[in-house]
Design a protein around this ligand. Structure first.
Ligand SMILES: *Cc1c(COP(=O)(O)O)cnc(C)c1O
Length: 218
């Protein structure tokens, strides 16, 4: 995956949807690398590992960053997530939603959450099954410190664009079905470095870009 200039990435996104947002996935990237992207105008950063994020955040306190947690969530990390992030994309267990709700400090405002969908129904993958979505959303909505924003997925790698498109369209259909049932979702978090243009064509509102933005992770 070759790194590309931010302006090229922005142009590629805007050519498909001017309103799609770029979340810079900064796992395994240094504070300096984050700051350099921040100074080019990106203010939303995604991290997968709580400990790593907590180590980097203090050096970036002068930056107006909205931190998004996008990794697997262990119960014993929910407090740190609730206290340090403004979004969580990877909510997939009710126990986790309950803990985030209880532990969210009220002065920080609502915690934005997306429900992670195991869209390929893979046995070892995180996420709820598509058939569980409506009940799960109903339960999440009862939590007054959470704002249920939308859906997120990490599909398995596909051979070609048509297959990528098919899975993103499934996500879009779930998103539309939820809204038809009265939920007010405004966020579809899908698309990474290898497939973000296809994701935006299918309705992604936020793409999560790591390698294409920062280069390979080591
Ligand atoms: C690492 C990661 C990304 C970014 O992946 P790239 O292929 O580097 O763009 C996006 N979303 C999640 C959940 C990730 O873990």
């Amino acid at each position: 995956m070759n790194k590309q200039s931010l302006s090229d990435i922005r142009n590629r996104i805007a050519a498909i949807s001017p309103s799609a947002q770029l979340l810079a996935v900064s796992k395994k990237q240094s504070v300096d690398a984050i700051r350099s992207v921040y100074e080019k105008g990106i203010h939303q950063f995604g991290e997968n590992f709580v400990q790593e994020a907590l180590e980097k955040m203090p050096a970036l306190l002068d930056c107006d960053i909205a931190w998004h947690f996008i990794g697997p969530i262990q119960s014993n990390k929910t407090r740190a997530i609730a206290e340090n992030f403004s979004w969580v994309h990877s909510v997939d267990r009710l126990k986790i939603a309950e803990r985030l709700n209880t532990q969210r400090p009220s002065q920080l405002g609502l915690l934005n959450i997306c429900v992670q969908i195991n869209i390929d129904e893979e046995e070892t993958k995180s996420g709820i099954l598509p058939g569980e979505l409506m009940g799960f959303l109903t339960a999440c909505q009862s939590h007054s410190s959470l704002k249920v924003r939308g859906l997120m997925c990490i599909p398995k790698p596909r051979e070609n664009v048509e297959e990528q498109r098919a899975v993103f369209q499934q996500m879009r259909a779930l998103f539309d079905a939820a809204n038809q049932q009265g939920f007010s979702l405004d966020t579809l978090s899908m698309g990474m470095s290898a497939d973000f243009e296809t994701a935006i064509e299918c309705g992604a509102t936020i793409v999560r870009l790591g390698r294409v933005l920062f280069g390979e992770r080591y």
